[in-house]
Design a protein around this ligand. Structure first.
Ligand SMILES: [Zn+2]
Ligand SMILES: [Zn+2]
Length: 240
């Protein structure tokens, strides 16, 4: 094989050929599987104020959105970098379904780059990637939440701890009502560490998309029951 062809194949392996959102060839530096333009202009960062309980943007000055007011949450705060729309959707599809693992690492780094902007999550001791069921892990070959956590670690040094595992496989929650989602994830997780490794510690759950907060809440409940002092979440994107 000649060197030019080898270089091209290597390049194609390392960088997806085209932007996951606009599909144009990526000629310059890319990030998260996106061209520079889509990464900077076609994503929708969630700005303050946002609801500390669920991560949704807020219009008023109160710290929580109307549905969250007065509710006690096991997972708090939930911070999301982007709204789940536009280029964030394309990037997440690319690393979740098209195997672009490098995109997930880079977006984890992007989460790390913004970490200092969120003092609410600065005192968590360890990142806990949302676990995949072992069968899905085997199908996909990697856990995208773990790749995000690794990218986050690169920027912040926040250690990764696999504190949870799935005790059973759950159906996709997208089409379910709020109550059905709660039911679907009930007891779906269990601690993956001995009690003394969880007791008194502060864990930050990491995930790609929070559609409802049912899975994050169930994970947090599982860790809190095992003695965790606090559980929050930092997700790449929040769907409203
Ligand atoms: Zn693009
Ligand atoms: Zn809320």
């Amino acid at each position: 094989m000649d060197l030019a062809l080898f270089g091209k194949l290597l390049g194609r392996w390392l960088w997806p050929e085209s932007c996951a959102h606009c599909l144009r060839d990526i000629k310059e530096e890319s990030r998260g599987g996106l061209c520079r333009n889509c990464f900077h202009k076609e994503t929708s960062p969630i700005h303050r104020p946002f609801c500390l309980s669920c991560g949704s943007p807020l219009s008023g000055s109160r710290p929580e959105c109307p549905p969250c007011r007065g509710k006690k949450r096991a997972c708090r705060p939930i911070v999301a970098l982007y709204a789940y729309r536009d280029a964030a959707v394309s990037a997440i599809r690319a690393f979740k379904y098209l195997g672009h693992q490098r995109a997930a690492l880079e977006l984890g780094s992007a989460m790390g780059g913004r970490f200092a902007d969120y003092p609410e999550i600065s005192d968590f001791e360890a990142a806990v990637p949302m676990p995949l069921h072992w069968r899905r892990l085997r199908e996909r070959g990697y856990n995208q939440a773990e790749l995000l956590a690794r990218g986050l670690f690169r920027e912040t040094g926040l250690p990764i701890v696999h504190a949870l595992r799935r005790s059973r496989r759950t159906m996709p929650l997208v089409s379910l009502t709020r109550e059905e989602r709660k039911e679907a994830v009930s007891d779906a997780f269990e601690p993956a560490l001995p009690a003394d490794a969880i007791h008194g510690r502060r864990f930050l759950l990491i995930d790609d998309v929070a559609t409802s907060t049912a899975s994050l809440e169930e994970c947090a409940r599982t860790l809190r029951r095992a003695g965790a002092a606090a559980v929050g979440a930092y997700v790449l994107a929040r769907q409203f």
